[in-house]
Design a protein around this ligand. Sequence first.
Ligand code: NAD
Length: 359
Amino acid sequence: MIHEFVHESRPARVVFAPGARNLIDREVTRLGIRRLIVVSTPGQSGLAAAVTAPLGQRVAAVHPHAAMHVPRAIADAAVTQARRVDADGCLAVGGGSAIGLAKALARETGIPIVAVPTTYAGSEMTTVWGVTDGRRKSTGRDDRVLPAVVVYDPELTVAVPPATSVASGFNAIAHSAEALYAPDCSPVTALVAAESVRALAGALPRVVADPEDLDARSEALYGAWLAGVALGATTMSLHHQLCHILGGTFDLPHAETHTAVLPHVLALNLSAAPHARNALQRALDADDPAARLFELAGGLGAEMALKNLGMPETGSAAVGQQVLAAPYHNPVRITETELHHLLGNAFAGLAPHTEPTPR
Ligand code: NAD
């Protein structure tokens, strides 16, 4: 049965092909950009240089200093550099860190973004920006930060280590899973989200078996694109709230934290979200989506215990208080006891539904 809904499509242009990096020149010309600032993390600066070499003189500045969660000082330095060279466009090569920096730049200067994503984080398909001052991350939505064009080239993802690919892929699956029970999920977004879970869950084992399998890389990147679309179209719930607080409080790795937490939140939420549960059952070909995702991630070598990602044993209480205090949408209102059990299981790396270990 179709209930009342509102669906809004974002005006994003997507170019997807193995070798699509060779079309960046065409896309930059199409946008009329003459003076680009290129941003990446330090680790991806060589890749960014290779990808933008055909642009020649149109690369006016290079800022290879992107870091996780967009530290304010790095964003400010990028803005200063962009203004100094009078940049009229920004090209980001890399994962969510590089694209996050481009968004901060676009928000401040209004210049368009050309995004060339190499992970499955999906930030390139959303209007969400974030900047971090110390441990405090400010986020918001702004149409100006949505890239003018996204160039997906699966060949650029071949070098991403399998462990990083798995965690990033589960980060994307988390976007789609929470989109499926979001209050603003439309029938179109539900199709997109379910298809992304199907594509990623099928592709990730093949990526791990052979990181150079271009078909598997293409399927995973396609799934990540769709997960980004689902993320951009909806409001996230408990899982994203919990990961945001865990990451911010204990400086845990972003995608890995999503991977370890997701099965536990789904075990709780899907009982109250039958549409989402049915869609995930079909997408994963499994009766119990939470158990299936736990087995899949663990089987692919993901770390499923938050204690091994850096969460201290005493951390549950502080996180629990923050989660219960902050307002967020969720299919079920979680109690303090349920949250304590959930965090205990995720801390220890136990399967969802199991009893917590005594402390
Ligand atoms: P990231 O960009 O730091 O990349 C993760 C890892 O992948 C890094 O170790 C990086 O070196 C490696 N990597 C990336 N490209 C590579 C390549 N071509 N070859 C080899 N290794 C490569 O992080 P991420 O997981 O992609 O994104 C997480 C960040 O994005 C977080 O800050 C998160 O808050 C943000 N995010 C924002 C949104 C949004 O809508 N605003 C959505 C999702 C994620």
